[in-house]
Structure formats: structure tokens, C-alpha cells
Design a protein around this ligand. Structure first.
Ligand code: BGC
Length: 389
């Protein structure tokens, strides 16, 4: 750490290039005080576009031209790029270059949305998305190297606005799943890993970080709100120990879930209530109260659902489209973090990552591994889309 003395951008870049990406973090080049989504287009993930084009071709081959035409409209909807393993990190530079080109062509700012998702002992209370890093095998050190590698990809693109959604479900598990041994064992590593990510990545003035806020039906209950704000503050405070200028922009909610945003008729399942209730508790702890809310699969609200129905829910449909027009100034943008059509977890009971939630009555089956393309689920989301395509 080089201290909190303000440094000019040019000097910081020079220093960074001399020190290289293995240097200790420098001071943030600017606070995350601006809504990154204002006057901008969200970058359309080429990964998702390719998946959607292939899915539409399958639908057409099966003879449903009307649905195939609708499917193709999804190819233009921005979703997050999931950097869910070390091997995915090197793809980031290509996306940023592509966004830079689009920006030059359109004269519109592009926001590249990235989900950083690789904590050691990830998804500790479920099995479906357990990852490649293991705490008992130097997982935290490897995670820090992964974060630095992400920084190396980012540092050549100071002209491209980047949003980072950090480690979906990690705060949810820290707040409410400490009775699960894997989560209790992982707690320190999850707080420290997240703090490191915040400290390191908030060096870049073009990066806005949103911490995990799980969702309304998980952390939105009165007993969980205070502890959620406490954990979020702990992450940022530990980040400041590493880098005194570390900052976040806010909190991401409803990632990969199905709750509405001012639209749910199901008490406790609405993100608008949740963010309004959490905001003052964040402010009281000196944290910024800004949110992004995933609405990618939140089109259908009028069916009974429990908090445990997170896996390939059978009644879900695509929801309100990504936009910086939101129902409350607390919310920077509506986003689609989970690319709808990528699975939540396998229904194969013999698979190592089989989780009971994915074999339940409320889940569409048979389902592939988490992250893999799930054609039938994509078609379900499309048929149930609200607003429709
Ligand atoms: C999976 C990831 C995937 C993400 C987005 C998660 O459930 O574990 O591998 O990238 O969903 O589909």
C-alpha cells in the first residue's frame, strides 16, 4: 500500500506499469460516486448472444418459427459475463476491446458487466455451484492471484466503464448459513477474499463494485437486515486495511433469483421493499446505499414460491429488461446478471454437484450442470416472459 495521498492518473498508470500487477494495491483513482449506468448502454455479452442464436436455430429446426423469432430478440439483451473460474479471466480483455470499439462507433458509453465468482469453497450451503478453489488447498491465495489477474486485464482499458458484481450468495451465506459447517469454515476466507477483491479492483477509476446482497426472501427479513449491513461493512472495512482508498458503489440483489421489483404480490419477496429497508442501515454504517437488481427471470410473480425454490424454477419467465430507468433513485439499474437459459444446477442425483433443490417438484427436469445451456429452460423463460417478447 502506497498510502492515501492523491496521485495523478498518469503517475498512477506509470507506477502501475513499473510495478506490474504483482505490486501491492495503489490508492483508488477516484471514488465510486457516480451511477455507472447513466447515459450508457449495457454491453451485450457475446457469450450469451452466441448461445441465444444457437437456441433460436434449435427452436426453428423443431418447426416453431414464431418462437424462434422471439428468441432472437434475446441476443440483444445485455447480461453479465461470468468469470466463474481462473481460465475465464483471459477472456476479459477481448470483451473490453470489443466494448471500446462499440463505444467509438456509437459515441455511447458502454458498461461492461462482469460477475466475479470464484471464492474458495464457493456456494457453501448448496452443492450445485461449488467451484474450483478449495480453502484447504491454498484457495485464498489462489483467489487473490485470480483477482490480480482480473486487474491485469482491466488496466489497459481505463476508457471502458466496468461494473463488477462480487460473489453472488457469499454474503447471504455469511449472514444466515453459519450453521452449515462448510460455511462456518469458509467465513473468514470469504470475508477476506471479498475484501481483497474490493481493495484491489477499486484501484481502477472506471470500475464500480457491487457487493452481494442475496435477495429479499433471503436477507430481507427484519432479523437479517442488520447482520447483512454488518457483514457488508466488515468487508469494506477490511478492504480499507489493505487499501485505505478502497470503495464500493453498492449492493447487487436478486442475482439468479426470481423476486419482483415493486411487482411481487408475495409478501417478503419484493426487492423494492428490501432495498428500501436495507438502505438506511447501510448509510448508518458509512456505506453507500446504491443497488443493482437482477430482473432477468422475474417476469412471473403470481405463483407461490419459497426461498428454497432457487433452482430452475418451473414457473419463472424473463422479466423487465435492463435499464437505468428504475422505480427508486436508490437503484442504479435493472440488470440481468444471470443469463437466462444457463442452468442453476443438475437434476442428476448421481452427479457430484447434485443439490436436492434441483431435484425438487418446483424445478424443471432433467436439468444440466450449473452454467451449462438448458434449452428447455430458455424456452420456458421465453414463453413466460413478462413483458413478453
Ligand atoms: C454457475 C456458474 C455460471 C453462472 C451463470 C452459476 O450457477 O455456477 O458456473 O457461470 O451460474 O450461469
Amino acid at each position: 500500500m502506497k498510502g492515501a495521498i492523491p496521485l495523478s492518473t498518469a503517475f498512477v498508470s506509470l507506477l502501475a506499469s513499473i510495478l506490474g500487477s504483482n505490486a501491492t494495491p495503489l490508492s483508488a483513482r477516484g471514488p465510486q460516486t457516480v451511477n455507472p449506468y447513466l447515459d450508457a448502454d449495457q454491453y451485450v455479452s457475446p457469450v450469451y448472444t452466441d448461445q441465444v442464436v444457437a437456441a433460436a436455430a434449435t427452436i426453428r429446426a423443431n418447426g416453431n418459427n414464431a418462437l424462434a423469432d422471439k428468441a432472437l430478440l434475446l441476443a440483444e439483451v445485455p447480461t453479465f459475463l461470468w468469470i466463474d473460474r481462473i481460465a475465464a479471466v483471459t477472456s476479459i480483455g477481448g470483451y473490453l476491446l470489443d466494448a471500446r470499439t462499440k463505444q467509438a462507433q456509437s459515441a455511447r458509453k458502454q458498461v461492461v458487466n462482469i460477475e466475479v465468482y470464484n471464492l474458495p469453497d464457493r456456494d457453501c450451503s448448496a452443492k450445485a455451484s461449488s467451484g474450483e478453489l478449495d480453502i484447504s488447498q491454498a484457495g485464498l491465495a489462489r483467489y487473490e492471484a485470480y483477482i490480480k489477474a482480473i486487474g491485469s486485464q482491466i488496466e489497459s482499458y481505463p476508457d471502458v466503464t466496468i461494473v463488477i458484481g462480487l460473489e453472488t450468495d457469499s454474503v447471504g451465506n455469511l449472514v444466515s448459513n453459519q450453521s452449515v459447517p462448510k460455511c462456518a469454515n469458509a467465513a473468514e476466507a470469504h470475508i477476506n477474499g471479498s475484501a481483497f477483491a474490493v481493495a484491489w479492483l477499486s484501484q481502477y477509476a472506471n470500475v464500480s463494485i457491487y457487493l452481494d446482497g442475496a435477495h429479499a426472501a433471503w436477507l430481507g427479513w427484519p432479523d437479517n437486515l442488520g447482520p447483512t449491513a454488518d457483514i457488508l461493512a466488515e468487508i469494506v472495512n477490511r478492504a480499507k486495511v489493505i487499501n485505505p482508498a478502497a470503495t464500493v458503489r453498492g449492493v447487487a440483489t436478486n442475482v439468479s433469483n426470481y423476486n419482483g421489483l415493486g411487482t411481487s404480490t408475495n409478501f417478503g419477496y419484493d426487492e423494492l421493499d428490501y432495498v428500501r429497508n436495507l438502505a438506511p442501515l447501510l448509510t448508518a454504517r458509512g456505506l453507500p446505499a446504491h443497488f443493482i437488481v437482477d430482473q432477468g427471470r422475474s417476469g412471473q410473480q403470481d405463483y407461490p414460491r419459497s426461498g428454497g425454490d432457487w433452482c430452475n424454477n418451473k414457473q419463472a419467465g424473463f422479466g423487465p429488461r435492463p435499464s437505468s430507468i428504475t422505480p427508486d433513485p436508490l437503484i442504479d439499474a435493472i440488470v440481468w446478471v444471470k443469463p437466462g437459459g444457463q442452468g442453476d444446477g443438475t437434476s442428476d442425483e448421481t452427479a457430484e454437484r447434485f443439490d436436492e433443490a434441483c431435484g425438487s417438484e418446483t424445478s424443471l427436469k432433467p436439468a444440466p450442470e450449473a452454467g451449462a445451456w438448458f434449452q428447455e429452460y430458455f424456452e420456458q423463460l421465453l414463453e413466460n416472459a413478462n413483458p413478453p417478447f
